[in-house]
Every structure is written in C-alpha cells, then in structure tokens.
Design a protein around this ligand. Structure first.
Ligand code: SF4
Length: 453
C-alpha cells in the first residue's frame, strides 16, 4: 500500500523550514519521498529510530530479491501493482529448467544445451530462459554434490538448489556460493536448524509452506534474524489453489501492505503437471498470475518461445509503446554500396521492415529514427518523422561514413517529406520506397542494382 506524504511528514523533525534537504518545507520533502523522488539521507536531523521506521514505510510492497551474479543475475519482486493496466509489472519471472540427479548424463547435457542455445531475437530484445534448478531427487548426497559441481563448472546461469536434506542443501550452497544461488526448501520443520548456516553465508531462500499461513511465521523469523532475501512457495497443489494463493499473496502485499507476505513467489509447474503441454499451460498461468520464478521440467523451441513471448507481452509497460534504439542497424553484412533505408523506432515497425529486408537476402543498412515509439505515419503526423528530423538523425548516426553512394530510401507513406529531407541533407538523393514493408521484396533487388552500377 503506497505511503502518503502526510503520513511521512508526521515523523519528520518539523524544524522551522531549515531547507537543508533542498526542499522549502518538511512537507515538500515528505511529498517527494512518497513518490520516490528523493532519499531519506537528505534530511540530516532524523533519529536512527525514525529513520528505520521511515525506511520500513518506504520499502517496496514486494521485496526486490537478486539471484545469481554478473550478467546472469535475475532480479525479481519490487512490483507495485496488482493489475498490469494500473501501471506496469516490473521484473519478468525467471524461467528455470529442472535438472534432477536421477537423470542420465546425456539428458543433463541436452538440457544444458537447450538453456544455452534457445535464444530468440524479438523486437530488438533477446528472449531466453535464465535459470537452472538442480534437484536432489535421489536423496544421495554425494551424487547431488557431484551434479552441482559439474553444472557450476559448465554454466554461469543463476542456480536454484533443491534438496530436502539440510546438510546436502548447505554443502551444495558452499560449492556455488559465489553465484548467489536460491536455496529451497526452508520450512517450518527445518528453519531452526538452518538459521545458523543461513547467517554464516547469506543467500536467497525459497520458503515452502503447506499453505500461505505457514509462510508468515517463516518470513517473520528470518527478518528477526536479519535475513530478508526470500522467495515464497505457498505449496499450491492444483491450478485453482495456485491462482488463489498467488493472488492472495499479491493482494496482501500490495493492497494491505502486509509485510510478511511482501516477497516474490516461486511456482513449480514441473511438480504439478505430468504432461508437457499442461505444464506449459500452467507456466503461462503463472506468468500472468504473479509468480516470480517458474520451474519447468523441460522445454523445447515449440514450448519455450510462446512462453517467453507471453512473458514479454505481460511485462511490457502498457503506458509506452515498445521501441528500439535510434541508430543505423546492419542487416546481413552490408558494404559501401549497400542500400540505406529509413524507418521509425516503433518496435513492431522496425521488426516488420527488418524482416522484409532480411527476406530479400540483400545486405542493407536500416536507419531508425526515434519517434518515441510511433509508427512512420503517426510519427510524421506528430512532427517526429519530418524531413528535418530524419536529416538530423542521418547526420548524427554516421551512416555517411559507411557508404559511398548518397541514396536514402524513405517509406512510401511519407513521400511528402522527400523535398524537405533533400533540402536538409545536401548531397543526398531521397528515393521514395514502397508504401508497405510487403513491397520491399519487389523494390529492393532492382534498386540495389542501380547502386552497384
Ligand atoms: Fe525538514 Fe529535515 Fe528538510 Fe529540515 S532538512 S526542512 S527538518 S525535512
């Protein structure tokens, strides 16, 4: 539940506007704090007690938890809303593949290869699974530790360590501690025994309950012991329970501001469904209904890509159109006589135009003008794809240094900017291309021949 400026101001020192925080009054400072526009340390007159209280009030409703390190780290939590249309979801759920210590070497290598190879370029982004969950299914300590060592040596992916034996769990953690793995499960039965070893080398913890009620004392216990990086598993056994539990946790954290449930969640379609298709359908449900980590028993290109695209769509900020960076993009391996085309930076436009160019197999340059995510025609109507604006981008992006010719292809829908663009770009000839990307296949081969001549 977001805290208001008037609640914050009650705790501030209220010195006669000293303005040391950079704001004219304590109230102005409080209002800014409530919206995240400044930080507590700007007021030097807060007692430790008040500071701690304010930090707690200002903390996000769902804690940010980081698993893994470096470029493979996964951040989850920090969500601010229940419904995506209210604002946006922030951290997409991590997708993990489960590797059991009962699986054969061949199968393990196949799964590792999938996690590293299945990557998809999608509207300027790379979609992929982020995590590997290692499961001590055999109950054999040595076998599991040997698996953890092997996977730790072969991949940098963020790891989840799953073992019901506490000693095995912490021994596995010691192998990959520098990778900041998620340890699972910490339960009401083992938390007392686990605490000393948790505090010795802190790392994120997966808390498992038989129900949501079980999780509350667990998070409280951890917090009392200064440990706060937790991921919740309410132990849902079927789809209906899963929807109910995930929704309850999200609502309790965000609407009621109930801190003991203000943590990201983990879901295990791998243990809930026997059939691969049902497992992916369950995973889709967890993408929509609030899970922060989703563990799958396996996937392939047919099941992973739809799941990743769904995740991208759900976690795209609905307030802003998806856009790509303003610059020139190389399609294939263009040379100094390759065509130069221009389009807007709406991701869908970029994707359609670049795909149409790729389909011709003619290496080209595609210059993308920042229209704040608008399409070509809308961008022109909004004054962001005018001749002057495109000319300025062409001059800045450096494409003139990459080609010997001076011909620039503009979309047929904005043929009207040709004169203005030629005036603003002396030495360049502006060629009006097809109105639709579908026409690029017919247009580009003949046009490229004229450049080569
Ligand atoms: Fe108030 Fe602190 Fe700002 Fe002074 S520095 S005006 S006491 S908030």
């Amino acid at each position: 539940m977001p805290v208001s400026g008037s609640e914050i101001v009650k705790l501030l020192p209220g010195r006669k506007p000293c303005k040391d925080c950079g704001f004219p009054t304590c109230f102005a400072f409080a209002m800014k704090l409530a919206t995240g526009g400044t930080t507590l340390d700007k007021c030097p007159y807060l007692s430790d007690e008040v500071k701690a209280k304010l930090e707690d009030m200002l903390a996000p409703a769902i804690k940010l938890v980081t698993i893994g390190t470096g470029e493979n780290k996964l951040e989850v939590g920090n969500e601010e809303v229940i419904y995506r249309h209210e604002k946006t979801y922030i951290h997409p759920p991590g997708i993990a593949i489960l590797i059991s210590d009962t699986e054969k070497e061949e199968k393990i290598n196949e799964k590792l290869k999938k996690v590293s190879d299945l990557k998809y370029s999608w509207v300027g982004l790379t979609l992929k699974a982020e995590m590997i969950a290692l499961y001590n299914e055999s109950g054999d300590r040595e076998k599991f530790l040997s698996l953890v060592k092997e996977i730790y040596g072969k991949t940098d992916k963020a790891l989840i360590i799953i073992s019901n034996d506490l000693d095995t769990l912490f021994s596995a953690r010691d192998i990959c501690y520098d990778r900041k793995p998620l340890l699972y499960p910490i339960t009401k039965e083992n938390i007392e025994a686990a605490l000393p070893r948790i505090k010795e080398k802190p790392t994120p913890l997966g808390l498992k309950g038989e129900s949501i009620e079980d999780l509350v004392p667990l998070t409280r216990k951890l917090k009392e012991n200064g440990v706060d990086d937790a991921i919740l598993d309410p132990g849902s056994k079927d789809v209906l329970e899963a929807i109910r539990d995930q929704t309850f946790i999200r609502r309790a954290a965000i609407k009621q501001g109930f801190r003991p449930l203000g943590y990201p969640t983990i879901a295990f379609p791998c243990f809930m469904a026997r059939d691969g298709l049902k497992e992916i359908l369950l995973a889709s449900l967890f993408v929509i209904k609030f899970a922060s980590i989703i563990v799958l028993s396996d996937f392939d290109e047919n099941t992973l890509l739809p799941l990743l695209v769904l995740r991208l769509n759900i976690y795209t900020d609905p307030r802003f159109p998806m856009a790509v960076e303003e610059k020139y993009y190389e399609i294939g391996e263009p040379d100094e006589y390759s065509p130069v085309l221009v389009t807007s930076n709406w991701a869908l436009t970029y994707f359609i135009v670049s795909s149409a160019i790729e389909a011709t197999k003619i290496p080209s340059f595609l210059c993308v003008k920042d229209t704040e995510g608008l399409g070509v025609l809308t961008g022109w109507a909004a004054g962001k794809f005018t001749g002057d604006a495109v000319a300025s981008m062409i001059k800045k992006c450096g494409i003139a240094d990459r080609v010997k010719h001076r011909k620039l292809v503009i979309p047929g829908r904005v043929a009207r900017i040709k004169g203005e663009l030629e005036d603003a770009l002396p030495g360049w000839e502006v060629v009006v291309g097809p109105r639709e990307a579908a026409g690029i296949g017919a247009f580009l081969p003949d046009f490229t021949k004229t450049l080569r001549k």
